[in-house]
Write a protein that binds this ligand. Structure first.
Ligand code: SAH
Length: 291
């Protein structure tokens, strides 16, 4: 809406775009068993994929209830290993340090960082429901004085400039424009602070986004960036990569197990496996210093 008063033009800017409202709707409504049943095991809710060798013997369990339980437990172990791996790249944090969890989901990543370092954490999600859920979990755990979740846009958080020793995006960069995202991380991080992302990206050396990458985009209402876009946007926003790791091979066992978990599949499993195997898609960790 544009209104004009005495020759000047004031433009009403919505707090979030229509696209962001659709993403919020998706996460407000999301109740996939793969996101809830795994978290219920130990109240650590991860909405990302797993890494590491999978114990496929869980599939041989003959008792159907026990099989279900063991498969769920194994997938959760792999997802938790991914969160710990990300947290291990955040640098030497102390209990006085503050970290920023961008696109925090139901909150597992901030809890992992807090348990590891004793640090303060601010998690931000565009889903009001997720922020409420994550705050309830923090209260339940008795860590709500240090771990807080906010219903905000990670591109425009309103959090304090230079107040953060580390920040990350765990599988949430594909919902936003990277230049806007990294500008906000650079603003929030103190000089020498550490930024980490684990993300799916499309592989420039394959070419443009493959059919599988497009299917993943449609499934999650997201827009997977090419690998090159990360480095360009970081260079423009005072973020200098210090460690880059291709986790594609490490995530395949998780997907191979998940596709056999009848009670947890969401229907996107084979597409992920095809995308990784045909070389069009990569699972990447990038750690960068804020200079
Ligand atoms: N990092 C979490 C959740 C990943 S799922 C985990 O590892 O478990 C993607 C998350 O990105 C969702 O929580 C979604 O609400 C969030 N998100 C997407 N766009 C966002 C935006 N513009 N601002 C804040 N959060 C956003």
């Amino acid at each position: 809406m544009t209104t004009s008063h005495t020759g000047t033009t004031s433009v009403s800017i919505p707090t979030q775009t229509t696209y962001q409202a659709r993403v919020a709707d998706y996460w407000n409504a999301e109740e996939n068993p793969v996101n809830l049943e795994l978290g219920q095991i130990d109240d650590l809710y991860h909405h990302h994929y797993g890494i590491g060798e999978a114990d496929r013997s869980v599939l041989e369990e003959q008792d159907p209830d026990l099989r279900r339980e063991r498969v769920t437990g194994e997938l959760h172990r792999l997802e938790h290993a991914q969160a710990e791996y990300l947290a291990s790249h955040l640098g030497g944090l102390t209990p006085d340090d503050r970290v920023f969890d961008a696109g925090c989901g139901r909150g597992g990543g901030s809890v992992v960082a807090h348990l590891r370092y004793g640090c303060h954490s601010d998690g931000v999600t565009i889903s009001a429901k997720q922020a409420g859920f994550a705050n309830e979990q923090a209260v339940k755990r008795g860590i709500d004085a240090k771990v807080r979740y906010h219903h905000r846009n990670m591109l425009d958080t309103g959090l304090a400039s230079g107040a953060y020793a580390a920040s990350w995006n765990n599988e949430s960069t594909m919902y936003v424009e990277l230049d806007l995202l990294f500008a906000e991380h650079a603003r929030l991080l103190r000089r020498g602070g550490r930024y980490v992302t684990i993300t799916g990206c499309y592989n420039d050396s394959y070419g443009q986004a493959s059919r599988e990458v497009s299917l993943i985009n449609a499934h999650y209402i997201c827009d997977i960036h090419p690998r090159s876009a990360y480095f360009r946007a970081m260079a423009r926003n005072r973020l200098v990569p210090v460690h880059v790791e291709d986790l594609t091979a490490a995530t395949i066992p998780y997907w191979e197990l998940r596709r056999e978990a009848e009670h947890l599949v969401t229907g996107i499993e084979d597409t992920f496996l095809d995308a990784y195997r045909n070389g069009s898609f990569q699972y990447l960790l990038i750690a960068a210093d804020r200079v």
